[in-house]
Write a protein that binds this ligand. Structure first.
Ligand code: NAD
Ligand code: MLT
Length: 359
């Protein structure tokens, strides 16, 4: 799958039940980040021995990893080449979520270890958070709220801009950028359609605000873009023409720092930039300098180079034109499994089934 980020999406509960169940018996799995109970239940039901240990220091993880046939992580555990080197029995590493930038996929592959993720489970949450950040950025919602909580009534200071008629540039037309999730979605206007309706993406949600959308993705065909009313453009044009620029690419060697001082210099003065994908895609020092100079009128950032942020990152977070959220893209009641939708429950369920299938 050319749009994948290096991990295999092998989410198939049926396959797990029919092919993997028997050979999963007696296997040992470490879950090293907090995860919904359903994950543990599915593994145990398949006869897997499960250890849940959060915040294991890297040196300790390296010491114990050799005991395990499988490892399940979210974003808290960094699975380095060094740790993988000691994973002598490991069959598969499962990421309950989308981004696998915290796993050294190359080292795992060299060792014959499968890396699996669960793309799609939290896509709607990430797409909705992106849209919330765009709207908040346009109308200074966060700054206005902070000012009122300081008992101020600054109507002039927080003049906003309309989204209608503005150009939204989207870098990365994958699940979050282009579409939501592959699970069922009901849209009243399409209830009578014979085929399942496509879920609304960041793009169609923002089109409903009246934004013109341009997009770049090296793997997404221009004709397919046009069908979604996205004008296909080059990366350079996307950056140069956008009033609002949102990134939805995985963090890879060639996407690291893709927004930097050189690319920012080609953008319109007054551009607003959103990162709800991964810390490191936007160079934080260069973004801060551009906010300070005023070339970038505002930015909204959910993800950071270090999480929690390192000391040097707070200057960016504290900049008055920056709206920051602490990696909340997938943090919804649904994503935590606390509502009937249970998106994160789905992620936990999917990764457990994938691991059983892998065994
Ligand atoms: P995806 O793999 O479906 O889509 C990524 C797209 O980026 C692909 O279509 C790929 O072709 C494209 N791409 C790769 N290199 C590119 C480049 N140089 N220029 C332009 N496009 C490029 O991934 P997704 O599920 O849509 O996730 C997008 C991002 O959002 C990832 O970084 C993921 O980790 C992140 N994410 C964050 C949260 C959150 O909590 N904030 C939640 C879910 C996903
Ligand atoms: C993801 O990649 O799935 C999101 O960033 C959410 C998470 O890390 O939990």
């Amino acid at each position: 799958n050319p749009s994948s980020n290096g991990a295999m999406d092998v989410t198939s509960p049926k396959r797990a039940r029919t092919q993997g169940g028997a050979s999963a018996k007696g296997k040992k799995v470490l879950i090293s980040d907090p995860i919904e109970q359903v994950c543990v239940d599915i593994l145990q039901k398949a006869g897997v021995v499960v250890d849940c240990k959060s915040k294991v220091p890297p040196a300790e993880l390296k010491k114990i990893i050799g005991e395990y046939d499988g490892l399940i992580v979210r974003s808290g555990t960094t699975v380095t080449a060094e740790i993988i080197e000691s994973a002598h029995k490991m069959t598969a590493i499962g990421r309950a979520g989308t981004g696998v930038d915290n796993i050294d996929c190359v080292a795992a592959t060299k060792k014959g270890i499968i890396v699996m993720n669960t793309p799609g489970g939290n896509t709607v949450s990430a797409a909705e958070h992106t849209c919330a950040l765009i709207a908040s950025l346009a109308r200074n919602v966060a700054q206005g709220d902070a000012s009122m909580k300081a008992r101020k009534w600054d109507r002039k200071k927080y003049m906003g801009v309309e989204l209608s008629g503005k150009t939204l540039g989207v870098l990365g037309l994958g699940r979050v950028g282009r579409e939501a999730t592959s699970s069922s979605f009901s849209c009243p206007l399409l209830l009578f359609s014979s085929s399942p309706p496509s879920p609304p993406p960041v793009i169609s949600r923002m089109q409903s605000y009246g934004m013109d959308v341009i997009g770049y993705d090296p793997f997404f065909p221009p004709d397919a873009s046009r069908k979604l009313n996205i004008e296909p453009v080059s990366a350079a044009d996307c950056m140069a023409r956008a009033d609002f620029l949102t990134v939805h690419v995985p963090l890879l060697d060639d996407t690291k720092d893709m927004i930097n001082k050189t690319s920012i210099a080609t953008m319109k003065p007054g551009v607003r930039i959103i990162n709800c994908a991964r810390g490191g895609i936007i160079n934080e020092a260069d973004l801060l300098a551009a906010l300070q100079s005023g070339h970038v009128a505002g930015a909204a950032v959910d993800v950071f180079e270090s999480e929690p942020p390192a000391e040097h990152e707070w200057a960016l977070i504290e900049h008055p034109k920056l709206v920051a959220t602490p990696h909340l893209g997938a943090s919804t009641l649904e994503a935590q499994g606390a509502s009937t939708l249970e998106a994160q429950g789905k992620v936990a369920e999917e990764i457990a089934n994938s691991l059983v299938a892998a065994f």
